[in-house]
Design a protein around this ligand. Structure first.
Ligand code: IMP
Length: 201
């Protein structure tokens, strides 16, 4: 019998971890959180989602000795010229809460009409076979939507309560986890990565 694949997940964000783990579990892939290997928080010094995802995955692979998956993701708002982008987690400052980031976003868009509130989530998911892997597998997903005027819903994390999902006519935080994974930037990127991992079996 073939050994079950074990991969370290380079994320300390519980919301992301839940979404990623639920899709990988369906594939019989065992995920170990990077917390199991005392992986320190890394400074995201890259200028792109790809660079930051690789930095995170490389560090997790180095500490754990396992293949690693990392995602770097964020929200691009057209009226803010693509901000907060790679700074989404720290939009209201380093260590800011989801609530603080979301409030800052709503304030920045105050008074803007619906047609000017377009936005999208971006996700880059990276797989490194080992810390020195020179050919990382890079998968991307994009989820188009718009920014609401006030938060709605209790599910998800981050900017979900203010992200309007046109196909469902509700916020991302009003979606059940399965529907969010079916539609989201992260779900799209991860399904591409899973297709690659399946080929390697
Ligand atoms: P990262 O951990 O540096 O990739 O930061 C990603 C940040 O982007 C999160 O902290 C959220 O603020 C935001 N973000 C990414 N994906 C989502 C999502 O699916 N829902 C809501 N916010 C998200």
């Amino acid at each position: 019998m073939k050994e079950q694949k074990t991969i370290v997940l380079a994320s300390n964000n519980p919301g992301k971890r839940q979404e990623i783990e639920s899709l990988l579990a369906e594939e019989g892939i065992r995920i170990r959180p990077q917390g199991d290997f005392q992986v320190p928080e890394i400074e995201e010094t890259g200028k792109t989602f790809v660079e930051n995802a690789i930095l995170k995955a490389r560090q997790a692979a180095a500490y754990s000795g396992l293949p690693a998956i990392a995602d770097d993701s964020g929200l691009e708002v057209d009226a803010l010229k693509g901000a907060p982008g790679i700074f989404s987690a720290r939009f209201a400052g380093v260590g800011a809460s989801d609530e603080e980031n979301l409030r800052k976003l709503l304030a920045a868009l105050k008074g803007l009409p619906s047609e000017a509130r377009t936005a999208r989530f971006q996700c880059v998911m990276v797989y490194l076979r080992h810390a020195a892997d020179p050919t990382p597998v890079i998968c991307q997903g994009t989820w188009e939507g718009a920014i609401l005027r006030a938060p709605r819903g209790q599910n998800g994390f981050g900017y979900d309560p203010v992200f309007f999902v046109p196909s469902e006519r509700c916020s991302a935080a009003e979606l059940d986890p399965e529907t969010k994974n079916r539609l989201s930037h992260r779900g799209q990127a991860l399904r591409k990565l899973i297709a690659y991992l399946r080929e390697q079996k």
